[in-house]
Design a protein around this ligand. Structure first.
Ligand SMILES: [Fe+2]
Ligand SMILES: [Fe+2]
Length: 323
């Protein structure tokens, strides 16, 4: 596969797993197109044309020739300059890594992270929150995220990759969508008696089993294992980053009893507690590993060798070969 083919596969698989559904993604792209067309000519020059066909601003090739064939990748969760140098060292030792794939975004894919948060509106609506309410509570949070990320050194790792001539891409929301779909299929399609029952299933998933050994397994932040689970929602697995804290009240009113989340802040935990939601924190690196693994399996099926790094708990689910 070439870097371009890996990138195209990411857009395809991310769309297939998207909580908005393929139709919802189409509508989002149509809104993007309308925004672009209505811009004055001067502003059109600065518009990211890629966002007219790729709905994920945080999934991009950051450096490298798109036509380059790829046989081996180093993939992980956070790639800073350190990981770039690590890959270069491994290549010196004869590894021949052709491409770095990070989950958390860098470069322009990081500074535009807030753009993917639109997914959360549809996701909340799917759990029964009126779409206007979901949109309303998320609007402030989206602009807050934009301002928060603004001052970061976005291009640090991309610059390191460029200086060492190491192709580098990030695949963020695509993997989170895949992880969300996997978890939603397990937890949202049937009823669970207690929160403890939900945790038991979670702990039996191989990535979480390993995370427990690493002392970073799932944990209950509010509620009790003996509590009735009510409706379970994998509400905080995709959509860029943590949403608005007001959403717990709205989800509780919409009938959600238990939320499975990757990570949370104290402020959010308090809100969840206030509205009697059982909040299961599944763990950050391990939960990001779920989506990563599903995607990396697809690369391996196509003959690519994967070197896991930077917090990725690699579990393979598919052994079939497909070239
Ligand atoms: Fe993630
Ligand atoms: Fe993450």
């Amino acid at each position: 596969m070439t870097i371009q083919e890996i990138y195209e596969l990411a857009i395809k698989l991310g769309t297939e797993a998207d909580p908005r559904g393929k139709e919802g993604v189409k509508k989002y792209l149509a809104r993007q197109k309308k925004t672009y067309e209505e811009l004055p000519a001067k502003k059109k020059e600065d518009f990211d044309l890629e966002s007219l066909r790729n709905p994920y601003s945080d999934t991009r090739v950051l450096f490298g020739d798109l036509k380059k064939p790829v046989k081996k990748v180093m993939a992980g969760i956070d790639f800073d300059a350190g990981e770039v140098v690590l890959a270069d060292r491994l290549n010196e030792k004869g590894e021949n890594i052709d491409l770095l794939i990070a989950h958390h975004p860098a470069g322009g894919a990081l500074s535009s992270l807030h753009e993917v948060m639109d997914i959360q509106v549809d996701l909340m609506a799917s759990y029964g929150v009126p779409v206007n309410v979901a949109e309303g509570v998320l609007a402030d949070r989206i602009s807050e995220v934009r301002r928060k990320i603004g001052p970061a050194n976005h291009y640090r790792s991309v610059d390191a990759a460029r200086l060492l001539g190491m192709p580098f891409m990030c695949i963020h929301t695509v993997w989170d969508n895949m992880g969300w779909r996997f978890m939603a299929d397990i937890f949202e399609k049937k009823d669970h008696e207690t929160v403890g029952d939900v945790l038991d299933i979670l702990r039996s998933i191989p990535e979480y089993k390993q995370a427990i050994k690493f002392k970073a397994g799932p944990s209950l932040y509010t509620g009790n294992e003996r509590n009735r689970a009510g409706r379970v929602a994998v509400a905080e697995f995709t959509g860029g980053t943590e949403g608005a804290k007001e959403i717990y009240e709205k989800l509780s009113q919409a009938g959600v009893g238990t939320i499975i989340s990757m990570h949370t802040s104290e402020e959010h935990r308090e809100e969840a507690k206030k509205y009697h939601i059982n909040l299961i924190i599944a763990g950050h690196m391990v939960s990001d590993s779920i989506g990563a693994n599903l995607f990396l399996d697809e690369l391996e099926k196509r003959g690519i060798i994967v070197i896991p790094a930077s917090g990725l708990i690699r579990v393979k689910r598919l052994n079939k070969t497909k070239k």
